[in-house]
Ligand binder design. Structure first.
Ligand code: FAD
Length: 431
């Protein structure tokens, strides 16, 4: 067996970044990337609606890490080594320019995820990474002399010195079985980044209407978010709902996705400012129908539904709206309560909350603290971010760290060709 064989299990974003980084940093290493499916980078292909939201234009490690409901603390250090600006530079150095949209999301200027796939495949081939499709890692045993003996899905054995597991989110615990067999603990998997089912017909009738800003909160929990809300044929979506679903992934799973949701449609107005606004409409246009005079930024249709939902008939004029009626309308605008009865996956991006327990991994090198020689990267870890490019950035960063650390091992274990300064020192810092 070669002393320098590195195997990467998983041909997604994290696996490719690690394999390329390792092979480029240590050309003596024999790096093999095993993908159990028929395609490499299949999630990159469908990501960002086919455009691939590669990362997010936020260039401060702590601020970036604050976008991870799971993994925030663990990722601060890694982002100090490889963050969004490094991702931008990495792709630009290989001829792939990224552009930033108004909300901070970064995409290839081609608006095609194929650009990212072509780049990663070309880099892997140029660095002599052995790319293998349709062969997964089924089981792993530790060799007494160090390294691992793998059993592949076609029954073949394969030995290696260093093994990276980058097999993606384990939607079901069985997908994390290899890590568990090597002594690791899986935080139970539950979905993150989903939309809410609401059975109120007036919401369905308004499908396609978007409002910003709205404040959404789940009473009696700390879950509260503000942002754009989208009404859909089945309920509610948009950034504010996706953020609530991410921060509340475990809690909302605990409620079996049945809970009350409270919406404040005019969060920029407090109760007093709203009362003054309603009174001034009554004074300024007493003869106008209440349903016809929306308060910005609410659309005419949404306003009409909210007025009717407050129990105010459509033919009520402002002059006829009593103090109690104004109070009811105010309550409706500031505290609409909708029962959530289920969830749907958000088709644009979803991830798994849960995975390999973070305390069991050294985030300077991504090496297991339990099983030396074993590394982790990407969504298999108990890390998940908000939408906007954060999930790929976690994959690039952890893949890059693991690739560098495995290359460092190759250099230490035989080749004098690579000066130590290119690799992490014993403490995992950068010389
Ligand atoms: C529809 C959709 C759109 C998304 N869009 C975005 C976006 O625009 N921006 C963003 O930041 N995030 C996005 N995400 C999230 C992002 O795709 C993931 O977080 C990211 O792909 C994780 O990378 P990974 O390499 O860890 O895992 P994956 O991309 O899931 O790759 C893991 C690979 O390992 C393979 N594998 C599994 N088990 C084995 C085994 N035993 N042996 C060998 N191979 C194995 C799998 O087949 C898979 O190819 C999106 C997710 C979805 C579902």
């Amino acid at each position: 067996m070669s002393l320098r064989r590195v195997v990467v299990a998983g041909g997604g974003a994290a696996g490719f970044f690690a394999a390329v980084t390792c092979a480029q940093s240590a050309p003596d290493a024999e790096v093999t990337l095993l993908e159990k499916g028929p395609q490499f980078l299949s999630k990159v292909r469908i990501s960002g609606g086919g455009r691939c939201n590669v990362t997010h234009a936020c260039f401060e490690a702590r601020e970036f890490a604050a976008h991870y409901p799971r993994g925030e603390k663990a990722l601060i250090g890694p982002f100090k080594s490889f963050q969004a600006s490094d991702t931008v530079a990495w792709f630009e150095a290989r001829g792939v320019k990224l552009k930033t949209e108004r909300d901070g999301r970064m995409f290839p200027t081609t608006d095609s995820s194929q650009t990212i796939i072509d780049c990663l495949l070309a880099e892997a081939r140029a660095a002599d990474v052995k790319l293998v499709l349709n062969r997964g890692v089924e089981s792993v045993t530790k060799r007494p002399e160090g390294g691992f003996e793998l059993r592949l899905s076609d029954g073949e054995p394969l030995a290696c010195d260093r093994l990276l597991l980058a097999t993606g989110g384990c939607r079901v615990p069985a997908l994390g079985q290899v890590a568990v067999s090597l002594g690791h603990t899986l935080e139970p998997p539950v979905p993150s980044l989903f939309t809410f089912h609401v059975e109120a017909p007036w919401v369905h009738d308004l499908a396609g209407v978007s409002v910003e800003p709205v404040e959404a909160r789940v009473p009696e929990t700390g879950l509260r978010e503000r942002g754009a809300l989208l009404l859909t044929h089945w309920g509610l979506s948009g950034p504010v709902i996706l953020r609530l679903s991410a921060w509340g992934a475990r809690e909302l799973h605990g409620f079996a996705y049945r809970f009350p949701l409270r919406l404040n449609w005019l969060p920029h107005l407090g109760p007093e400012a709203l009362a003054i606004e309603l009174q001034s409409r009554r004074d300024a246009a007493p003869a106008r129908f209440v349903v016809n005079t929306p308060i910005a930024p609410l659309t005419a249709r949404l306003w009409e539904r909210l007025v009717l939902a407050a129990g105010i008939p459509g033919d009520t004029r402002w002059a006829a709206l009593s103090r109690a009626g104004r109070h009811q309308l105010g309550q409706q605008l500031l505290r609409t309560e909708l029962p959530v009865t289920g969830k749907s996956l958000n088709k644009d991006e979803f991830v798994t909350c849960g995975g390999v327990r973070l305390a069991e991994v050294n985030f300077k090198t991504m090496e297991s603290r339990i099983c030396p020689g074993l590394y982790f990267a990407g969504e298999l870890l108990d890390i998940d971010g908000l939408t906007g490019g954060f999930n790929f950035q976690a994959a690039w960063t952890t893949g890059w760290l693991a690739g560098r650390a495995m290359a460092s091992y190759v250099a230490r274990s035989g080749s004098e060709a690579y000066p130590q300064r290119f690799f992490p020192n014993a403490e995992g810092g950068w010389a």
